[in-house]
Write a protein that binds this ligand. Structure first.
Ligand code: ZN
Length: 146
């Protein structure tokens, strides 16, 4: 099993990264990405810490823990620059926060997002006009390297 969208207490999760990864490992997950909510204010706080935890845990347990970030409620035109910053800080996966019906949302996007320049692989799913609750778009992801 693989989960590329989880949250630790660095955003709205309740577990430290070690406990989150350990619980995933005990449930049989092979890969987990820790993708806490981030914006321009906290990428440099979250990503290095999660990266350090993932690096250490990956040496000890047979689970691949990927450091990532979920860019959340940022102006759409800043996704590219913040994705680049996140990658420089060590994020192996960058996802975009989906909007839920209880959050303030922008009008529906009718055109699909454009691929980011320099992205190694992009699995960008266009947002539908009726954005599903908790929809998630993977903006950028490194191939696994070990
Ligand atoms: Zn999320």
């Amino acid at each position: 099993m693989i989960d590329l969208h989880t949250h630790s207490l660095f955003s709205d999760g309740v577990l430290v990264p070690s406990e989150l990864v350990r619980r995933a490992f005990m449930k049989g997950y092979e890969v987990i990405a820790i993708t806490d909510h981030g914006d321009a204010s906290n990428l440099d706080f979250i990503i290095p810490r999660v990266t350090a935890a993932c690096r250490e845990l990956g040496k000890r347990w047979k689970i691949r823990a990927l450091p990532g970030i979920e860019l959340t409620h940022i102006p759409p035109e800043t996704f590219g620059a913040l994705t680049k910053k996140a990658r420089k800080l060590g994020a192996m996966i960058v996802v975009a926060h989906g909007e839920t019906l209880v959050e303030p949302v922008e009008p529906p996007v009718v055109s699909p997002p454009q691929p980011l320049s320099g992205a190694r692989s992009v699995i960008a799913a266009p947002m539908s006009a009726t954005r599903a609750a908790n929809a998630l778009t993977i903006l950028d992801m490194c191939p696994p390297s070990r």
